[in-house]
Structures are given as C-alpha cells and as structure tokens.
Design a protein around this ligand. Structure first.
Ligand code: GLU
Length: 325
C-alpha cells in the first residue's frame, strides 16, 4: 500500500478460510497459496479461519488435516487459527444490529412456500438456477412463525462505511440504484444488482445455523482483513458481502479471485466430482501445480525444497498480481 497522502494506513492482513468438508485438494491449494503469496509479497500477515458454520457439511477431523496439509506446504498462519463455530455471539450481535436498523427481518417461508410464490409470479425455475426470494415476509409475518432471518437487499441506501484507505474506497464502495460496483484485482470491474439477482438473502437459516455471508463479513472485519484472496467461484458472493459491510458500517477489503482448477468433466474441481486429497509426499510438486494455475513458473532449482520454491514465487508474485488496481 502506498504511504503517500493522509489516508489511514492499515497493515495488510490476508486469510485463507477453508470449510472443513474434507482435506485440501488441488483446487483449494490454489486459493491457499495465492492468499499466502499475496500476504508475503505485501509484507503482511496471513491468517487461517476454519469456516465450520455449516456443521452438517463438516467432516470431523478435516480441520486438523487441512492445517497439517498447509504446514507441510510451508503455509503457516501468523496467529492461531479461529473456528467460526465458536463465534456465534459475534454473528448474533451483527444480526441484532441489522434488525435494529431495519436491514434484516424474520421470514416464515419454507422452500415450498418460496417456490409456490415464485411460480405464482410466473417465474419458471431454470435448471440449477436459484431464483431471487420473492419478498413474501419483507413487510411482516402475517401471523406465521419465524423460521429464518433475511437481509433486506431492496431499496438499499448507501451508508458511509469507513474505507481501509484511499485505494479501497476507490476500488469498491459504490452502490448506485441498488447495484454494487466493485473492482476485482484480477477480474476487473464487476457489478451486480443483488435484489434482482439473489434477492433478500438469508443471514440465519431455519435450522438455526449462521449463513456464510454474515459470518464471513463479521469475521473479515473482526480479524482486520484488508485483502480477500479466494477462488473465483466465490466472486458472485462479493456484492452481498459489500452490502452487509455497508449496512454494518464495516470496511470493505480489496478482493482478488483466483483461477479455478477444473475436473475432467469441465466442472470446478470439488470432492463431488472426484478431487482427491493432495498427495503430500512431494509438497513442492503439489505447490508447483497450484503455482502453475496462478501463472507462476516451476522452481528454477529442480532440487528446491518448499521454502526455496515459496521464496521464488513470492518474488514473482507482484508481476502477476501487483497490488490493487
Ligand atoms: N469457506 C469458503 C470455502 O471454503 C471460503 C470463503 C471465503 O474465502 O470467503 O469455499
């Protein structure tokens, strides 16, 4: 970050935030390596947060395996990891604030209620396409019992949230006519009308679990994250997260979404389509595979160990992803 001018300076803090639904695979290592390299290239801190809010999807012991895999690859966090499952009080406080400000409301709709309301509006569900919530409970429950809590994404009025520094302000915080505009360090200018695309999204689920969107925004702010570096599949969550940051008066980090690794069937690599746990008998080879996806050359020295390889990539990183746009 530049030291010029009077903008407040915040030390670069990045993070890797795996969901412990299984061990790291070739795809998740790309996000882990990219976030670590970006932090090191900025002489910043790198944190690990275990995103275990969606308990039914978590696999017992996967968190320990992931931390071990990261350490084997030389990716060691600068502070002890945090677990989202221990942070419910923070999420509750944020939800209370949103409710008090009129940004969140209780919802009584089941999945079937929502589908029926969408059908009544004449919206046919396309295969795999999620339709926006039709807003049934936005103005009251009409005697029905609350199941979940939603963020009111319609008619969102921009609040002046603190910027991390001049660059962050210019890169993101722009909400006009309900459309969030932001600039990704790799993908360039992006925009989304959240109300139109996803509608009033869930903050707390009917099963009582916290939604990813709320937990990630609260934690990124609480941990002082200045730079989010993560897989491109998460890019379309960013506008929802910016809306929440604005509503809660929290700073908006810079964002860099990294290329994905694809399975032979063309889908994003995941456990569901056969991604295998990383083969870590040769961590340099596993890292070199991730580095290649990020446009980084293999280690010059064929005998290089993990530390030497990582140093080479830290030095090369700014040429590929040199800071904020
Ligand atoms: N826990 C999310 C995942 O593993 C990543 C969230 C994030 O980086 O914002 O897909």
């Amino acid at each position: 970050m530049s030291g010029a001018g009077s903008a407040p300076q915040t030390r670069y803090t990045g993070r890797f935030a795996p969901s412990p639904t299984g061990p790291l695979h070739a795809g998740s290592l790309v996000a882990a390596l990219a976030s670590w390299l970006d932090a090191r290239a900025h002489a910043g801190r790198w944190l690990v947060r275990i995103e275990d809010v969606d308990q039914p999807r978590c696999v017992p012991g996967a968190d320990t395996v992931i931390l071990h895999q990261l350490a084997t690859c030389g990716l060691v966090p600068d502070a002890p990891p945090v677990w989202q499952s221990a942070r419910g009080a923070l999420y509750q406080r944020a939800l209370d604030q949103l409710v008090a400000q009129g940004h969140a409301y209780p919802c009584a709709c089941s999945r079937k209620d929502i589908e029926d309301a969408q059908a009544a509006l004449g919206h046919a569900r396309e295969r795999h396409a999620a339709l926006p919530y039709p807003g049934t409970c936005r103005h009251g429950l009409h005697g029905r019992a609350a199941r979940s809590w939603r963020f009111n994404a319609t008619d969102f009025k921009q609040k002046s949230a603190p910027a991390l520094d001049g660059k962050a302000q210019a890169a993101t915080d722009l909400i006009a006519n309900n459309t969030v505009h932001w600039t990704d360090r790799r993908l360039g200018p992006q925009q989304q009308d959240v109300a139109l695309t996803v509608g009033d999204f869930v903050l707390r689920r009917a099963d009582g679990l916290w939604a990813y969107q709320l937990a990630v925004v609260v934690d990124d702010a609480d941990q002082g994250i200045t730079d989010v570096v993560r897989g491109e599949d998460l890019a379309d969550n960013t506008p929802r997260q910016i809306l929440l940051q604005q509503a809660l008066g929290l700073p908006t980090p810079r964002y860099l979404h990294t290329p994905l690794v694809y399975a032979p069937n063309g889908e994003k690599l995941s456990k569901q389509n056969g991604a295998r746990a990383l083969e870590l008998s040769d961590p340099v080879q596993a890292l070199a595979g991730a580095a290649q996806v990020l446009g980084l050359a293999p280690p010059k020295n064929p005998q290089a160990g993990v530390q030497e390889a990582l140093l080479q990539w830290v030095a090369a990183w700014p040429r590929n992803y040199n800071g904020a746009p």
